[in-house]
Design a protein around this ligand. Sequence first.
Ligand code: ANZ
Ligand code: ZN
Length: 661
Amino acid sequence: MFEHGLAFRDKTLVNYCPSCKVVLSNEDSQGGKCDICHSDIVQKSKDVWYLRITEYADRLLEGLDRVDYLPNVKLQQRNWIGKSTGAFVDFEVKGSDGEKLKIYTTRPDTLFGVTFMVMAPEHPMIDKYADRISNMNEVRAYRSECAKKTEFERTQLVKDKTGVRLSGLSGINPVNGKEIPIYISDYVMMGYGTGAIMAVPAHDERDYDFAKKFGIDIIEVIKGGDISKAAYTGEGELVNSDFLNGIDNKKEAIEKITDFLAQKGIGEKGVQFKMKDWAFNRQRYWGEPIPIIYCPHCGMVPVPYDELPLKLPEVADFRPGQDGESPLAKIESFVNCKCPKCGADAKRETDTMPQWAGSSWYFLRYMDPHNNEAFASPEKLKYWGEVDWYNGGMEHVTRHMIYSRFWHKFLYDIGAVPLDEPYAKRTAQGLILGPDGEKMSKSKGNVVDPNDVVDEYGADVLRTYVLFMGDYEKAAPWSESSVKGCKRFIDRVWGLRNILTDGDEYSAELESAVHKTIKKVSSDIEAMKFNTAIAALMTLINKIYEKGSVNRAELKAFLTLLNPFAPHVTEELWSLEDFGGMLADGKWVDHDESKCVDDTVEIAVQINGKVRAKINVPADIEAPDAIALAKENETVAAAVAGKSVVKEIYVKGRLVNIVVK
Ligand code: ANZ
Ligand code: ZN
């Protein structure tokens, strides 16, 4: 990626604890406090490695149209990528040296309703004009308050807005020349759009709350709401908007104003993505070392291909070093090296890749695990193709899967894999909730430990229960009584030995039930409807106990069907009864469609009007199936053999007549 310009280093603000001297993730610095020592964190500028995933944003969206993911999975990915279309608009800044403040908006149609502007507290224009902003002290104090908040806290829709007006600078609305105040506020992010907005309090909730608090004008430009009570974010006819007045179609208004801005050279269409470039380095030991060498003469030089993969050195101390440095930075023998280009003394990058790196492509290695030349040969990659079906939790639907899809598309672009999407199909299992219906968590004390269930009831009961507890993709609460129900079911399976009789064919009483169960379990497993498959087996065992006996053929079929759910007990019974080999290695059972219906009728089969056989068919059978079944009959088959069929007739519920020559 480095060689393709897709990996780069950039200075970025990170959460840093000055007393622990460590860089903290957003999760480890909630409320502006360090999770370790509880002192105030600060934002510190640090070099960060990025992978330019944003370059692939459109392709990551487009690819979703070609894969078979659950609708919810696709939706979460689309939201994560977060494509937004709108416009960039330049506002002149009074008090500056002819500077323009560029903003990003999705609603250029509301331009006549702009009554103020807001910059992110970190906006570089503030520093540039620090000597002209008369309340710079107040600005600095506000900034350091903001530095303690995480991005998550800042993007929450809190009613109580904070901010500081920049005195000395003001904006000029390009469509009507009005002078408007410029504020800084933490609800505007430096990392999105341009880090500055035009605020339309009448039609944006955050701007509305801000305007109310700071006593700023609210001008309605879209009819339909009551702006004395709340921002109106719906659609409607444009008012107070000069040449846009009267238009009641948002799309049309946006097009018209965007064209106007473009003509005047003060704005242009714009696209933004929520997704940011992928911060790709960690100060941890466990991770693939980033194979870059810093040479005093050549700059950043990638480790040559024949020295890859770069392996982690053996160390005694895994902890990060001072100032949040990677543990590898302490290992002289690792750090010091020669520049591959000029041979000068050089130093290695000591940061490692995040856990998301390996999880993006490890599965490709399964296709060709012993290959010493490449991660997999082109032939193997072509033979195996994409992952047919990826099932997993919803927690990995955005970050991991999007990273992995990006990674794969890059490999595709450099010709390393034959397909540009790694996963053909994606499903997800529902979350198992605690007995109280809440998400399991240690703090709530509602965690069920599967090991305890195995100890008390056995692994088969646990498996059967987990697959039986509800629709596979839906969340379901843990139920101890249902676990007990599954235990009784497995006990009854074990008890089948006591009522076992001889018989190599299904008995007349159970034949239809067995065929029907085979059909249902087989198709339910394919459709991941494990719960209804198990329910069908429970129904069948009830029928068996009603009858009071099960023969060997029936038991074999039953054990085969239950084996995927309860592998231990079924395998044990299989072995005790000497059914031969391992059940898990054996063949699946087939069903006979004609035996899956309860209502059968006996019909006559005639050849040229003469009855040759009587057969049983389902009462509701259609003509083609009835005729096909008739021809399967041995006598009929023999009579028809070698002759040409002139006509075939089925008289519902009575007969099949085949006319031959
Ligand atoms: C004026 C406006 C009027 C807006 C209106 C919305 C409604 P999405 O859809 O998420 O792209 N915005 C732009 N940059 C921002 C930043 N760095 N931090 C916080 N907010 C930012 O939203 C884009 C909208 O979010 C933009 O459109 C802008 O507010 C705001 F009736 O501009 B809007
Ligand atoms: Zn060099």
